[in-house]
Design a protein around this ligand. Structure first.
Ligand SMILES: Cc1cc2nc3c(=O)[nH]c(=O)nc-3n(C[C@H](O)[C@H](O)[C@H](O)COP(=O)(O)OP(=O)(O)OC[C@H]3O[C@@H](n4cnc5c(N)ncnc54)[C@H](O)[C@@H]3O)c2cc1C
Length: 413
């Protein structure tokens, strides 16, 4: 096991990013680009300069005015509720298309809480035959020979950010054209994303595959060309596998008899048995609550954040650098690398206060301690039944109604 090491995160940005590179020599992927700076300050800045009218008009196009807020929401620099409130206060009913996108994140998160580690395997039987091919090396290296798919992989590797529509095309290509096992592909994809999030990522792959949706998602060349403004297609010379009608593609991709893919039982994380003998109470900041405005982080107790290989081993360099930016905004935070239980025990900690999470890896890493799990901020107070959680449309029917026909209409905005 690696010796615990305390990190002293430099306040100077350039030094900070270099320091993280030195401290995490095994982290994969490229350096965080200048387009990204972690932390709450930047999240609020992005929200305040957000152009809702353009978003409404063109967010489905890859050059559309999307917010690029996903990493900030992922690490809790800003909560979904705060983002929705800021937008509703600024734009009233006009913010609906954006708030509905925020709701997707909330929806996936609720499903994660409900299903636990089952999200890593088929939640439902697939509606079309799926394959179990391994992820080919040409995908990992970004040399598929298709300029559009290579472009997606390039964005993923360099920027760690891919537009939502492009994520859907890529997932559909890998799952339905190449018949790759979605689980392996989803793990690989998440490992390079700046906003890598178990729920949004794995459940979106299931949505594309049709193991958590009523039908598979697929696309054709005409749709891709339109939503990219011909960016890849204009000069593309390849024999395009997407250049077909939807009927022809349906026939080609799914004509085999439905295969019987059984659910692989979800693995439960091994819980540590030995409870800490220490008494001291500390605040534990995990990677979903990195905001200086978080009330738990304002308590007068020792504050810890640990880069623990049980949770963060596969994180790419740029994600660790982004999180280091976030941690730099949190005064008094002790930042460590190593095994959480060893570090906290050595510091005499026996009890922890932290925010609840659906991430069972985080829960397993804190299992030797008595933990007070405080509820996370709710995006909506609406009670969602199990039946409504089966599909986003049923969830939004209720949540959208509360948000836009109750609150906003009542406010006369
Ligand atoms: C295969 C696949 C994998 C994905 N993996 C992730 C992931 O690991 N982490 C992640 O945060 N999102 C993931 N998404 C969802 C979505 O693509 C990103 O949240 C979105 O592209 C982020 O860009 P944005 O902030 O500019 O979005 P905007 O369009 O500006 O939307 C605002 C916010 O709404 C939320 N949101 C929007 N669309 C979705 C969606 N479909 N699902 C969930 N939340 C959404 C995000 O938090 C986003 O920041 C994935 C989607 C697909 C199809």
């Amino acid at each position: 096991m690696m010796q615990p090491k305390k990190l002293i995160i430099p306040s100077d940005r350039i030094e900070r990013l270099e320091y993280i590179r030195r401290m995490f020599p095994n982290a994969v992927g490229s350096f965080l680009t200048d387009n990204w700076r972690g932390g709450r300050h930047e999240a609020i800045k992005r929200l305040n300069s957000f152009d809702i009218a353009s978003y409404k008009r063109n967010h489905n196009f890859i050059n559309g005015a999307v917010s690029k807020l996903s990493p900030y929401l992922r690490y809790g620099c800003i909560t979904l509720k705060e983002a929705a409130d800021i937008m509703q206060d600024r734009f009233g009913k006009e913010s609906e298309s954006f708030v509905m996108q925020l709701a997707w994140r909330d929806y996936w998160r609720r499903v994660w809480y409900q299903q636990g580690d089952v999200i890593y395997n088929n939640i439902e039987e697939p509606k079309v035959p799926l394959g179990e091919n391994p992820l080919p090396d040409y995908i990992r290296q970004g040399i598929t020979g298709l300029p559009c798919m290579d472009g997606v992989i390039r964005d993923l590797m360099q920027e760690g950010y891919v537009h939502n529509h492009a994520r859907m095309w890529f997932a559909a290509y890998v799952v339905h054209w190449l018949k790759v096992d979605w689980r392996e592909a989803a793990d690989w994809f998440e490992n390079y994303l700046l906003d890598g999030d178990k729920a949004s990522n794995h459940l979106s792959w299931q949505w594309v595959a049709s193991t958590f949706s009523s039908r598979p998602y697929y696309f054709n060349k005409a749709s891709l060309a339109r939503h990219t403004g011909e960016k890849y297609c204009a000069s593309c010379k390849v024999d395009c596998p997407f250049d077909q009608t939807y009927e022809a593609l349906n026939e080609k991709l799914f004509k085999q008899a439905a295969n019987d893919i059984s659910k692989t039982p979800a693995k439960k994380p091994a819980l540590q048995q030995t409870l800490s003998i220490h008494q001291a109470v500390a605040v534990y900041a995990h990677d979903e609550m990195l905001s200086a405005a978080h009330p738990i982080l304002r308590k007068s107790a020792l504050n810890f954040f640990v880069f623990d290989s049980k949770v963060h081993a596969k994180w790419p360099l740029k994600r660790i650098q982004f999180v280091a930016d976030c941690l730099n905004e949190l005064p008094g935070m002790e930042v460590w690398v190593g095994d959480t239980a060893t570090i906290l025990n050595e510091r005499g900690v026996g009890q922890l206060i932290t925010q609840d999470t659906a991430n069972l890896q985080i829960k397993a890493s804190l299992s030797p301690f008595k933990v007070e799990w405080q509820p996370e901020f709710q995006f909506t107070k609406t009670k969602i039944s199990e039946k409504r959680l089966k599909r986003f449309s049923r969830y939004w029917e209720k949540v959208g109604q509360e948000m836009f026909n109750g609150k906003i209409a009542g406010d006369n905005k």
